[in-house]
Design a protein around this ligand. Structure first.
Ligand SMILES: [Mg+2]
Length: 285
């Protein structure tokens, strides 16, 4: 039996028993087969190989982006930005901080995601760095590039987030706000374009790094096909000014599978998601 087929079958069986999280985003609790995804992040050597690959390549391209003052990484950059100081924008959760221990807790306890348990985890300030993120951000700072963190962690969680990042050695400026949290300003909502625009008003943005399409362009509410069209539309940015990290545990990709319909019962949600499987082959037509 192929690994793929085994995973798919297990996914269905596990769905009834396991719950998972929507860490760092606005999602409601959901039941889903998150065991393999969490184990992949926590145990697969391939995970670290991927994240390090992304960050090593990203750092290697920064000098060229720094030298080309006509370029910006973000749609929100306007006017004459050629003389603005350089910056990079990174997401926090599953981009620079690894919250897989929180996912593991939910799987072990059988609890569903809740904003309270997530808040407890954030308050512990105990997340470790995504492999490669520290080297990338400190390397960027050494080039004179300001590192901004645009996160959907809530405004009241900014200090705990700062403490966690600081303890790990991530570059943080104290003269300007470089951690832009959700709700910190009245119009800083879940979509991140507004906060990217704020950064772009004072800095030329060289690169965006994230684990979710929303870290690059606002896509919430789009279908699976719509999201894939967005990726194709910006094909020239991927691997250059836009750097995506893997997150199999949660994200807007998963919400798109059930149309963000949180009124669905867990079994209905699983059914809705399973409709997206593409087994192909004669036996499946
Ligand atoms: Mg994230």
């Amino acid at each position: 039996m192929s690994r793929h087929r085994l995973f798919s079958r297990e996914s269905v069986l596990l769905a009834a028993a396991l719950t998972a999280t929507s860490a760092g985003c606005a999602s409601a609790p959901s039941a889903r087969p998150n065991l393999d995804a969490t184990l992949w992040v926590q145990t697969a050597a391939e995970y670290e190989a991927v994240t390090r690959s992304v960050y090593v390549a990203a750092l290697a391209e920064l000098p060229a982006l720094l030298a080309d003052s006509a370029r910006s990484a973000t749609q929100e950059q306007g006017g004459d930005f050629s003389t603005l100081p350089p910056a990079v924008i990174l997401d926090v959760d599953e981009t620079v901080l690894d919250n897989s221990p929180y996912q593991a807790r939910l799987l072990v306890s059988g609890d569903s995601y809740s904003s309270d348990s997530w808040a407890d985890w954030v308050d512990e300030r105990d997340a470790e760095a995504v492999p490669g993120a520290l080297e990338f951000t400190t390397g960027a700072a050494a080039l004179g590039i300001t590192v901004f963190y645009v996160t959907n962690r809530r405004a009241h969680q900014e200090q705990a987030t700062r403490d966690n990042l600081d303890a790990l050695g991530f570059p943080l400026r104290s003269d300007i706000d470089v951690i832009l949290t959700r709700g910190e300003q009245p119009d800083w909502n879940s979509p991140k374009s507004g906060r990217r625009r704020v950064v772009a008003s004072t800095h030329r943005v060289l690169m965006l790094v994230g684990d979710d399409l929303n870290d690059f362009v606002d896509v919430d509410g789009l279908t699976v096909d719509g999201r894939n069209e967005v990726v194709k539309r910006y094909s020239e940015s991927w691997g250059h000014q836009w750097r995506m990290l893997p997150n199999p545990t949660y994200g807007s990709w998963e919400r798109a599978l059930f149309d963000s319909d949180y009124d669905l019962e867990p079994s209905e949600r699983t059914d809705r998601k399973a409709e997206h499987l593409e087994p192909r082959g004669e036996d499946n037509e």
